[in-house]
Design a binder for this molecule. Sequence first.
Ligand SMILES: CCCCC/C=C\C/C=C\C/C=C\C/C=C\CCCC(=O)SCCNC(=O)CCNC(=O)[C@H](O)C(C)(C)COP(=O)(O)OP(=O)(O)OC[C@H]1O[C@@H](n2cnc3c(N)ncnc32)[C@H](O)[C@@H]1OP(=O)(O)O
Length: 203
Amino acid sequence: MTIDLHAETRPTGVDAAVAAARRVIDALVRAGDISGADMADVADRLNAVADDLEDTAPPLDERLVDMWRGDGNTRHDPVTGPENPIAPPLRYEAVDTRTIEATTTLGLPHQGPPSSVHGGVSALLLDHTLGVANGWAGTSGMTAELTLRYHRLTPLFEPITVAARQVSVDGRKIRTTGEITANGEPCVTAEGLFIATYPPRPR
Ligand SMILES: CCCCC/C=C\C/C=C\C/C=C\C/C=C\CCCC(=O)SCCNC(=O)CCNC(=O)[C@H](O)C(C)(C)COP(=O)(O)OP(=O)(O)OC[C@H]1O[C@@H](n2cnc3c(N)ncnc32)[C@H](O)[C@@H]1OP(=O)(O)O
């Protein structure tokens, strides 16, 4: 069963613009300086888009309130967010009542070692996935500790699965584990301690 984090996700509006921005990011990293493109012209056109967005954006305070107006999961996070071009984005499936997973394929913008996922990107995906698993299991918290073991390189350009499971809740202490696998082999494993709390929202 797919976990619908963003019931209001839509193929138009900002979601469509963000999807286009993801393409631009990927295409720029792919092109590099050995591209045949006129990069001065590309820069002018992208800056024109940014000028337009900045001219029409709401004040930062207003946008922050808007970002945090719902409960639970947000539309702007850097892992699943349909409003965030740096999100791959992950789409979670429920495995059971305490376990979730998502399968995705990452490309050049997330590269660390050659043709492999950057270790910090793996940490981002796991931190967030452990956090969403906690929400799915019913008790959420803030990351207090996250321990990672990198077993083997995590490949770009082929499907990887990011999974997490809430293991225990002891008072405010939530323990959660996770892993990134490729072809069924563990690439990164994670153990997290989360403390049940909710940070104040901007008002
Ligand atoms: C991004 C959204 C975050 C909101 C999450 C909440 C709900 C969300 C709803 C649905 C879920 C949806 C999406 C969530 C997805 C992803 C989540 C991303 C998670 C993050 O990206 S989050 C950013 C990184 N995270 C921080 O930025 C934390 C900074 N930090 C603090 O805000 C405090 O540090 C805090 C709150 C951790 C604790 O502070 P505190 O004052 O509430 O608690 P206190 O100190 O009283 O400790 C109580 C007991 O925990 C033990 N304890 C505490 N810390 C420990 C540690 N490090 N190691 C071992 N034990 C520790 C104590 O020893 C004591 O244990 P004992 O009771 O046995 O003495």
